[in-house]
Design a protein around this ligand. Structure first.
Ligand code: PLP
Length: 394
């Protein structure tokens, strides 16, 4: 493999498999010293040799070598021309919605992550950007929501927390015919299992706090633009104006996480399948929401567009008493907000991730007082099941 001697040249490693691309990134090694792990360039500013010349770096809000390696690596893995690393998934989504102008309309997944719900309603609503929530797995409902001023389709799939699946290719085709952008929040499956840009989407976003970082130790976000330079330029102006870029150490943590993404995703996938099957056999469980079930309403779409089911499961239990018992009784599993890390976490969406979603909307979606979400980690599946069993049935 080529060793690069500067930061300008890098390799998209077209000939390598996803697993190898994840390990070797864009430059792979640091070009001047050969350091195998791209160092944390903890510098705010960069010295210039003389007037009119630069090393390619000026100020870390604009570019930083560690962040640049992460941004290029994510562009390679998602299959886009340009990646951007933000201080959170929220900041990444803020940048994407900033592409809209007053009077524009956006169509969104109805049970979208609560924070995205807050951005589009509370933050952008007052700037005259209108929105409609639809059940994205129902293409007729999506089509019926289109208005002349619809400029963006924002798809989260699978959804958080109801695990509904939207047909990315069909929605992207609809959007294209209307001259609108398709944005996919790929947080739950990552490009290891799902590649929205190959399916026709224009932009991918991530909370890389989750599977990309993978260790519950950094908050961060990613945007990758497929092929539209004008959009990439607008997002570049946004990130450098808002100052919402990811810090060097956090960029390094996400880069390190990405090296093991494929092996972690395989284990999350395997463990979640076992836990979901077990949950279904339990008398106190009323319903399990898991995209890997053959009788899941959107299973055919999942099989068509993904190569794995991920590590997320939601479920309803028989009573609020059982909810309290589980959340207090788990020992190895942690009752905590977030997902996608090595540790199994259990979350209570109604007062955590979806706190700001209005109660009637939550009830309609099924986010009730008896609803729980679990991010299945990479521990031994038997230990996860034993812990849940003891907490729920003791
Ligand atoms: N998108 C999804 C699907 C999420 O689950 C989250 C957070 O949970 C976000 C975006 C926001 O990301 P962050 O918490 O990194 O700001």
């Amino acid at each position: 493999m080529k060793n690069f001697s500067n930061y300008t040249d890098y390799d998209t490693k077209e000939n390598l498999h996803f697993e190898s691309k994840a390990v070797h990134g864009a430059l792979g090694t640091e070009p001047l010293t050969g350091a195998v792990s791209m160092p944390v360039f903890q510098a705010a500013t960069f010295r210039h040799p003389e007037l009119g010349t630069t090393t390619g770096f000026a100020y870390s809000r604009l570019e930083n070598p560690t962040r640049q390696e992460l941004e290029r690596t994510m562009a390679i893995l998602e299959g886009g021309i340009k990646g951007f690393a933000f201080s959170s998934g929220q900041a990444a989504n803020m940048a994407v919605f900033s592409l809209l102008n007053p009077g524009d309309h956006v169509i969104l997944t109805d049970d979208i992550y609560g924070g995205t719900f807050r951005i589009i309603g509370d933050v952008f609503g007052k700037y005259g950007i209108e929105h409609t929530y639809v059940e994205m797995s129902d293409l007729n409902e999506v089509r019926a929501a289109i208005r002349p001023e619809t400029k963006m389709f924002f798809v989260e799939t699978p959804t958080n927390p109801m695990m509904k699946v939207a047909d990315i290719a069909a929605i992207a085709e609809m959007a294209k015919a209307h001259g609108a952008l398709t944005v996919v929040d790929n947080t739950f499956l990552t490009p290891y299992f799902q590649k929205p840009l190959e399916l026709g989407a224009d932009i991918v976003t991530h909370s890389s706090t989750k599977y990309l970082g993978g260790h519950n130790d950094t908050v961060s976000g990613i945007v990758v633009v497929k092929d539209n330079q004008e959009i990439a330029d607008k997002i570049h102006v946004h990130i450098k104006s808002h100052g919402s870029q990811l810090a060097p150490l956090d960029s390094w943590l996400v880069l390190r996480g990405i090296k093991t993404l494929p092996v972690r995703m395989d284990r999350h996938n395997e463990n979640a399948g076992k836990v979901a099957q077990w949950l279904r056999t339990q008398p106190k469980i009323r319903k399990v929401y898991y995209v890997g079930f053959e009788d899941h309403a959107d299973y055919a779409v999942t099989k068509k567009q993904t190569t794995g089911y991920g590590g997320m499961i939601s479920f309803t239990v028989d009573s609020f008493e059982t909810v309290k018992k589980i959340l207090k009784g788990v020992d190895m599993i942690m009752f905590a907000e977030s997902l996608g890390g090595t540790e199994t976490l259990i979350t209570y969406p109604t007062t955590q991730t979806h706190e700001d979603t209005p109660k009637d909307v939550k009830e309609k979606l099924g986010i009730t007082d008896c609803f729980l979400r679990m991010s299945v980690g990479i521990e031994h599946a038997e230990d996860i099941i034993a812990d849940l069993d003891r907490a729920m049935n003791a």
